[in-house]
Design a protein around this ligand. Structure first.
Ligand code: DGL
Length: 293
């Protein structure tokens, strides 16, 4: 069955409110977003896909991330997803606009929390930690232009942080050192807001908090994305009406062990994850770079 949006009907007729919500990330970071979604929508079922074998997405070309995102969406739709949450800022930046045109299901992406930080800052200085792919995306640039034109943005690419989450090395000296390297210049510049622009970064919140102290607001967009998901499902009549608890299913293109141990910290009950093979993204030529822009 094809869900490609090549007909004027905005929603595919086979989408049913009882179906699960498909959620994907380049890896394990999206589990945090999933935990916020499940808290807000306890009667919904979710299928989570971590593309850990292709992680990190942040250093890939936009064309490659778009190709991987399409493949992830297809995987989730084949398993009956009624909507897609892209729990990855980098994949959102590279693909959300295109995917919304191509697929006849609601697609929700990550929102950079720069807008909220801009409304709440007192010092006019905002730190933003994200991947190279997110900083290069139109979404981030437009939001910054629109909402933070009169503020200073102190930006840092969180090089190496995604890998630490994937290797279950969040609580390590190496992680603390990297966080210090990225956050110290922000604090020196007197930011009062630090925006987490990658879904892997909330796992470092404690490290950031212990460096920054209580006066700094750490902005994580996951709750806003959960609220938005609820609104979108409601507006399409796709919220589940049953009041029994929803089911969680986990898949990864990498080893299942790290996913199971991370998910066990966030969700109650036994966690089972299936490792699946999905074709890798094809190598990109220079023309592919512009194709996705
Ligand atoms: N969780 C992804 C994001 O939000 C990580 C990106 C990566 O894989 O580099 O951007």
């Amino acid at each position: 069955m094809s869900f490609k949006n090549d007909h004027p009907n905005p929603l595919h007729s086979s989408i049913l409110p009882d179906g699960p919500i498909g959620v994907f990330d380049s890896g394990l970071g999206g589990l945090w977003v999933l935990s916020r979604l499940a808290l807000r929508l306890p009667h919904e079922s979710f299928i989570f896909f971590a593309d850990s074998s292709s992680c990190p997405y942040g250093s890939r070309t936009r064309a490659s991330v778009l190709e991987l995102s399409r493949r992830n969406v297809d995987f989730l739709l084949e398993r009956g997803a009624k909507a897609i949450v892209i729990a990855c800022n980098t994949a959102t930046a590279a693909s959300v606009r295109r995917l919304r045109k191509e697929y006849a299901v609601p697609i929700i992406g990550m929102e950079p929390a720069v807008k909220k930080a801009s409304a709440e800052t007192r010092t006019g200085k905002i730190g933003v930690l994200a991947t190279a792919g997110t900083f290069e995306g139109e979404h981030y640039r437009e939001t910054s232009r629109k909402y933070a034109a009169h503020h200073s943005l102190i930006t840092r690419i969180g090089e190496g942080l995604v890998e630490l989450v994937e290797q279950n090395q969040v609580d390590t000296e190496k992680a603390r050192k990297l966080i210090a390297e990225y956050v110290r210049p922000m604090l020196d510049a007197q930011v009062d807001q630090i925006v987490l622009g990658c879904t892997h970064y909330p796992f470092f919140t404690e490290h950031i908090r212990s460096m920054a102290g209580p006066g700094i607001t750490i902005q994580d967009p996951s709750d806003a994305v959960s609220r938005r998901t609820e609104e979108v499902l409601r507006s399409h009549g796709l919220l589940r009406t049953e009041t029994t608890p929803g089911r969680l299913q986990f898949f990864t293109s990498g080893e299942s062990g790290p996913l199971v141990s991370m998910a066990s910290c966030l969700f109650s009950g036994p966690i089972q994850a299936d490792s699946v093979f999905l074709p890798p993204a094809s190598p990109c030529s220079d023309s592919d770079h512009s194709a996705a822009r």
